[in-house]
Design a protein around this ligand. Structure first.
Ligand SMILES: [Zn+2]
Length: 214
C-alpha cells in the first residue's frame, strides 16, 4: 500500500507516520529524516536545505524530488511505503504520480490530519526546552515550569521553532502549499480526513480504519 500523510506542524504527524507504517509493515519515508541525514552529514545538498529550514521555509522541489526518487526505488519500498513530508505541493504530487505510473503504481490513500490552528499555536508556543537535559515542558500542562527544569535544574528556554510568530509562519506556509494539494487528492478520490485531536492511539486507530477497504 502506498500512502501519503499530510498535516500541519504540531499535528503529531511524525509519530503517526511511525505508528501507521509499523502497523502496515511498510517503511516510513520522511523527507525530514532525509534532510537531517544530509544536514548532519554536511553534504552540499544538506547545507543548502538547512538555509531554508532555518527560516521555516520549504526546501526547493528539485532537491527534494531527487532524494525521494532514490528512496522509493530501494528494495524495502517495493511493496509499499508511507510518505511523510512529501509531496508538499501540486507540482510535487504530479511528479510523484508520474514516477509511480512508470511502474504501473499509484498512491492508494492520502491521510490528512485535521487539527484546530489555534490549538496548534497554543501547544507549540507553550513548549519550553531544558538547555541541559533537553526535556520539554509545557507552560500550560506543567504548572510553574517556565524557568527551571524540575529534573536537572537546567535553564528552560523557548526554541526558535516554538516561537509564536515562527509557528504562525509555518502554519501559513503549510496552508498556502498544502490546501491545493489536498484538493488535488480529493479530485483523485484518494483523500481521507483524519481527526487528529485526542490520544495518539485514537488517532492511529482512526487512520487505520480509513485505510481498510469499505
Ligand atoms: Zn533538565
Amino acid at each position: 500500500m502506498r500512502i501519503v500523510l499530510v498535516g500541519p506542524p504540531g499535528a503529531g504527524k511524525g509519530t503517526q507516520a511511525q505508528f501507521i507504517a509499523s502497523h502496515l509493515s511498510i517503511p516510513k519515508i520522511s523527507t525530514g529524516d532525509i534532510f537531517r541525514a544530509n544536514v548532519s552529514g554536511g553534504t552540499e545538498l544538506g547545507i543548502l536545505a538547512k538555509q531554508y529550514m532555518d527560516k521555516g521555509d520549504l526546501v526547493p522541489d528539485e532537491v527534494t524530488v531527487a532524494m525521494v526518487r532514490d528512496r522509493i526505488a530501494q528494495p524495502d519500498a517495493v511493496s509499499g511505503f508511507l510518505l511523510d513530508g512529501f509531496p508538499r505541493n501540486v507540482p510535487q504530487a504530479e511528479t510523484l504520480r508520474d514516477m509511480l505510473a512508470d511502474n504501473g503504481q499509484a498512491v492508494d490513500k492520502v491521510l490528512e490530519l485535521v487539527v484546530d490552528e489555534e490549538e496548534v499555536v497554543r501547544r507549540l508556543s507553550g513548549r519550553r526546552t531544558c538547555g541541559q537535559c533537553g526535556r520539554i515542558w509545557h507552560v500550560d500542562f506543567d504548572e510553574g515550569r517556565d524557568d527551571v527544569c524540575d529534573d536537572c535544574g537546567g535553564r528552560l528556554f523557548q526554541r526558535d521553532d516554538d516561537k509564536e510568530e515562527v509557528v504562525r509562519h509555518r502554519l501559513e506556509v503549510y496552508k498556502e502549499q498544502t490546501e491545493p494539494l489536498v484538493e488535488f487528492y480529493e479530485k483523485e478520490g484518494v483523500l481521507a480526513g483524519i481527526d487528529a485531536t485526542g490520544s495518539v492511539e485514537d488517532v492511529t486507530a482512526r487512520a487505520l480504519a480509513a485505510l481498510r477497504p469499505a
